[in-house]
Design a protein around this ligand. Structure first.
Ligand SMILES: [Mn+2]
Length: 432
């Protein structure tokens, strides 16, 4: 007998993978763990007659000759499969998209680090132009959308996008998918979200702006992951950590979300005994208090800080400055000749102002061209430290609506960073 199974707390990507795998192993029985995510339960209750599956209790594990595992590579994430770990002659096939290697040793595997596990199957369907029904396409597309955040998470790949296109060709129903992916946000989830918002704080850890929030929940509350995502959107932070305390069970469900590449939630959650992707992850912690979990998170972020690119790597130097008495006419000539859009105004190596292209809007009649630059420059100079992060530079530029920041160390200007320098960083094109 052959079986296909997937991880506990089954999400839509895992469920979609399970049913997609059936096409490659038509003889196999599908084994679904008993704990599934709310949207998976919703989908299954809606499509009971179309998608059939078994529980591990329904089958005799000793009769299994082939085990197919999808969307995980760890034994402890499977349900009821422990006795298979040492079963002689068992053939194992693995279909997984997680970047970290697990402890399931397979005879054959299809492993690729891509946005959604479902994509592994769909890209094969596409190659053979396999026809699938609109309902199947809907489930598969929901799986890909869920794991890639509608193709917006940094783990998404072109392959995922091509799979999405194929599923749209196969008439996947976007209205159903919208309901599936948003379905579990109701009054109960709203209460938890509002409670968290009331006592949420932002904090700086290194160059990151993060928020660690904790709240008590009573009884099983579905949709916690969606609450975490919404909280991150509302607070607009680099990463959010939600500590959900279940007092009666003496346990904490910790869910993390990150919007920046260098802050890897998966790494942090794995250290704590859980799992996840760079952008999202979770862990279940027994008998710990929220305060110590918070401390632990902060320590891990501090320890995990990769040596990120600093302002000093990106800035231009030496800085050409002009004296405050320079006439606006001369500034205009320098701008045109050098193709500059802004310049610091300096007096004895000290920066006293900034003049930019935009300031010329205030030059109305020709007599203004004879005035000194100090009459038109902005005096309120926002500067940045060379050790700051590029994210901070970008934030300052947006906040003050400016295109360049002088880089100042010990009161001296040592460089200048412009909007295009910051752009280069965000698009991963590092200067030579
Ligand atoms: Mn997945």
């Amino acid at each position: 007998m052959e079986i296909i199974t997937t991880h506990k707390n089954t999400d839509l990507d895992a469920l979609a993978s399970l049913f997609a795998a059936k096409f490659f192993y038509p003889q196999a029985k599908l084994i679904l763990p008993s704990r599934v995510n709310p949207n998976v339960r919703f989908f299954l209750s809606l499509h009971k007659d179309i998608f059939s599956y078994y529980s591990h209790n329904d089958i005799d594990l000793k009769k299994i000759s082939k085990l197919i595992v999808v969307d995980t590579n760890c034994w402890n994430r499977l349900e009821g499969m422990n006795s298979l770990r040492k079963q002689n002659g068992l053939v194992i096939h693995l279909w997984d998209h997680h970047p970290i290697k697990g402890d399931i040793k397979s005879n054959w595997s299809c492993q690729e680090v891509i946005g959604a596990n479902t994509t592994l199957f769909i890209s094969r369907f596409e190659k053979i132009s396999k026809k699938i029904t609109p309902i199947q396409a809907t489930l598969f597309l929901a799986g890909i959308y869920e794991d890639t955040g509608n193709l917006s998470f940094p783990n998404s790949t072109a392959k995922d996008a091509r799979a999405v296109a194929y599923l749209m060709d196969m008439q996947a129903d976007l209205k159903v998918i919208r309901k599936l992916l948003r379905g579990v946000y109701g009054p109960r989830q709203k209460d938890v979200l509002f409670k968290m918002l009331k006592n949420s704080h932002r904090m700086k850890i290194g160059s990151y702006c993060i928020s660690i929030n904790s709240t008590e929940i009573n009884g099983h509350t579905p949709g916690l992951a969606i609450i975490a995502s919404m909280l991150q959107d509302i607070l607009n932070v680099d990463a959010v950590f939600c500590i959900f305390l279940e007092k009666d069970k003496n346990q904490i469900i910790l869910i993390g979300r990150s919007a920046v590449d260098s802050l890897n939630i998966g790494t942090i959650m794995r250290t704590m005994g859980g799992g996840g992707h760079p952008g999202a992850g979770s862990v279940l912690l027994k008998a710990v208090n929220p305060a110590s979990v918070k401390e632990w998170i902060i320590e891990l972020i501090n320890g995990n800080q990769q040596s990120t690119i600093k302002i000093s790597d990106l800035m231009s130097f030496p800085v050409a400055g002009i004296p405050p008495d320079t006439s606006m006419e001369d500034v205009d000539i320098i701008f045109k000749e050098q193709n500059y859009t802004g310049l610091p105004v300096m007096e004895d190596e000290k920066i006293v102002g900034i003049i930019s292209r935009r300031d010329f809007n205030r030059v109305r009649d020709s007599s203004h061209f004879q005035s000194p630059v100090k009459a038109f420059m902005s005096n309120n100079v926002i500067t940045i430290d060379p050790k700051s992060s590029c994210t901070k530079a970008a934030r300052l530029m947006i906040k003050h609506d400016i295109g360049r920041l002088p880089v100042v160390e010990d009161g001296r200007i040592i460089g200048i960073i412009t909007r295009s320098d910051a752009m280069r960083y965000f698009y991963d094109i590092l200067p030579e």
